[in-house]
Design a binder for this molecule. Structure first.
Ligand SMILES: *Cc1c(COP(=O)(O)O)cnc(C)c1O
Length: 379
């Protein structure tokens, strides 16, 4: 059995392209604020990647979601559908916009929400839906977009985990009224920290641009029609992001290669369910290599994670369902419903290291340890 001397983190950015060159350029020219040219160029690249007319860089994916929800300008208290199996920013952006979340369950195998869960959560008060693609596969958008159209629902697409992914022949991040990305350090394109809001709608674009920067306008500086935020991205962040977009195709190929390797290493091991490889509309890009402990095995992912940590292997637990968050009560959000699949995954799922720099030997070591530890726990 292979061994390791060093801790293997669950994810590590790879900055092996033009990152250093572009950052040095920022420093050499003195352009380090949001006024620098890398910001414009990075926005242009992201708009091109997603066939969007307008792109606004911001300081995080969370800020991107907050701007998106605010820009919709829905009446206070309007209901917004959101998957339960996603990250807290999806919930907080809804609440902070004065809107009311309504949770959808997810599929056990793709981890994504589906039309059936949307139909179940929909009420006459529903005004919008926040769609989130999880880990590697996009949601099945076609039926969802049709229902949204029939019911007059606005759509925000959170593509934070989907850089470089397609739904059929269209890029993720190109759907809905407004779409968002994150460029956090573990994302497929990273700036360290950062985010992007994209839209084709000129009305939303104007509002997003104003909200991002204190509602400064071009007529008379320091006269403000409304109150905004300070959420701009710096030129240095954008320089890193731009260099990262140049590597996107390579990054996606490598993520798939790592996943393929794991799929083979785990192929005869039946105590876990492996990530869904493909659907009829997309092949996974494995932003995270997530797996869940099989239903009939009475072991939780947290226990397995602890044992793997002792073997110097980093993991991340799956999302804890939003409808079970202890903070909900504070915001008067009632979530009595039981969303079985999200709850199951929250207990049983984790993802294992899939950094671009991971070696074959490390993958074998990780697979060996996981099989050994889980087999022990299951007995
Ligand atoms: C990472 C992520 C975010 C938040 O992005 P930050 O840049 O960390 O604020 C939002 N939604 C999803 C689905 C994410 O994965």
């Amino acid at each position: 059995m292979k061994t390791t001397n060093e801790f293997i983190p669950v994810n590590q950015p790879l900055l092996a392209g033009n990152e250093k060159k572009y950052i040095n350029d920022c420093i050499d020219t003195g352009w380090i604020s949001s006024e620098g040219s890398y910001v414009k160029e990075f926005e242009k690249q992201m708009a091109q990647l997603t066939n969007r007319k307008h792109a606004f860089s911001v300081n995080s994916g969370t800020s991107a979601l907050e701007l998106a929800l605010k820009a919709l300008d829905l009446p206070e208290g309007s209901e917004v559908l959101v998957p339960s199996f996603t990250m807290i920013a999806c919930l907080s952006s809804i609440v902070k916009a004065g809107l009311k979340p309504k949770f959808m369950d997810c599929d056990l195998s793709t981890y994504n929400s589906e039309i059936s869960f949307m139909e179940k959560a929909l009420t006459p008060q529903t005004k919008a839906v926040l769609l989130v693609h999880i880990y590697g596969l996009p949601l099945d958008l076609k039926p969802i977009l049709k229902l949204a159209k029939d019911k007059n629902l606005l759509i925000v697409e959170d593509a934070a985990q989907m850089h470089g992914q397609m739904y059929n022949d269209k890029p993720c991040g190109s759907f809905g009224d407004i779409s968002t990305f994150s460029f956090y350090a573990n994302k497929t394109i990273t700036c360290g920290e950062g985010g992007m809001v994209l839209t084709n709608n000129p009305k939303y674009a104007e509002r997003i641009g104003l909200l991002r920067n204190h509602y400064f306008n071009n007529e008379r500086r320091f006269v403000h029609e409304d109150l905004g935020y300070s959420l701009r991205m710096t030129n240095i962040q954008a320089a890193i992001g731009l260099a990262q977009t140049e590597q996107l195709n390579k990054t996606v190929l490598r993520k798939r290669e790592i996943a393929q390797n794991y799929n083979e290493l785990f192929s005869k091991f039946n105590l876990i369910d492996l990530p869904h490889v493909k659907t009829d509309y997309a092949e996974s890009i494995y932003w995270a290599y997530g797996l869940s402990i099989s239903k009939d095995i009475k072991v939780n992912a947290d226990t397995l994670a602890l044992n793997l940590k002792k073997k110097l292997i980093g993991t991340r637990p799956f999302f804890w369902p939003l409808h079970l968050q202890p903070c909900l009560g504070k915001y008067d959000i009632n979530s009595q419903e039981k969303l079985e699949n999200a709850e199951f995954l929250g207990e049983k799922g984790l993802y294992i290291p899939n950094s671009l720099s991971l070696t074959d030997e490390q993958q074998e070591y990780i697979a060996d340890c996981l099989k050994e530890e889980l087999s022990k726990l299951a007995n």
